[in-house]
Write a protein that binds this ligand. Structure first.
Ligand SMILES: *Cc1c(COP(=O)(O)O)cnc(C)c1O
Length: 220
């Protein structure tokens, strides 16, 4: 199957429920261009340097999403063009994104990464931790950030019931945050969940952004 066919197959199943973020990390620009030529405009990368190099070489109307863990000192390199940052998991990172967005006279769309998996290594807020920050209003005061929703990664397992439960849990956290803190912000609407192995489950559980790499471009 070609890249174009893979994308078309996934998009057909997503319908208008969720958008496809084509995860192009480690893949050469020629393959990204191939996806672009088939109509794909939204791409995700997880390393800042690789993201910046690709952004320079590829068409300027691509909407780039930063999906990986982000170090505060690297925000400045992508602040001029990044469309959405999925992995915001600290106040310090949010403050730096806000500062760099302001310098570029832009607003940057950001998602709160929530820790929903069993694995200790996965980054993200616990719900209570995030709730405490939001209660103080410090995150909402960052005027160059558009808080757009939540992101999470399920446990890496064959147990689809477990994955389903974790995505359902993320949806519920999203909805509680929305009701309590973002009721007047229609932009707080995204649930970024689902990868190559589990996006159909995520879609069933209310995903609006699936981040799919290997099922489009092949194994890394
Ligand atoms: C690599 C990556 C993906 C895509 O993974 P695939 O299994 O190749 O689809 C999605 N989300 C994040 C955060 C990633 O790092």
């Amino acid at each position: 199957m070609s890249i174009a066919e893979n994308i078309r197959g996934i998009k057909e199943k997503l319908g208008n429920r969720a958008q496809l973020v084509a995860v192009s990390k480690t893949k050469p620009v020629a393959l990204i261009q191939e996806a672009y030529d088939s109509g794909q405009r939204v791409f995700g990368e997880n390393k800042v340097q690789e993201l910046c190099e690709k952004q320079e070489q590829l068409p300027q109307d691509i909407e780039w999403h930063m999906i990986g863990h982000l170090q505060t000192n690297k925000v400045k390199y992508m602040a001029a063009f990044i469309h959405m940052i999925h992995g915001v998991d600290s106040l310090k990172l949010a403050q730096e994104i806000n500062k760099q967005a302001a310098k570029n006279s832009r607003k940057i769309n950001c998602l709160f990464q929530l820790h929903i998996a069993d694995e200790e290594t996965k980054f993200g807020f616990d719900e209570q931790e995030l709730r405490d920050l939001l209660s103080k209003g410090e995150l909402q005061n960052l005027s160059h950030i558009v808080w757009s929703g939540v992101m999470g990664m399920a446990t890496f397992t064959d147990d689809s019931q477990k994955v389903k439960k974790e995505f359902a849990q993320l949806y519920q956290i999203y909805d509680r945050l929305r009701l309590e803190f973002f009721l007047n912000e229609p932009t707080f609407k995204e649930r970024s969940m689902g990868m190559s192995g589990d996006w159909p489950i995520a879609l069933d559980e209310g995903s609006t952004l699936v981040r799919v790499g290997s099922a489009i471009f092949g194994e890394r």
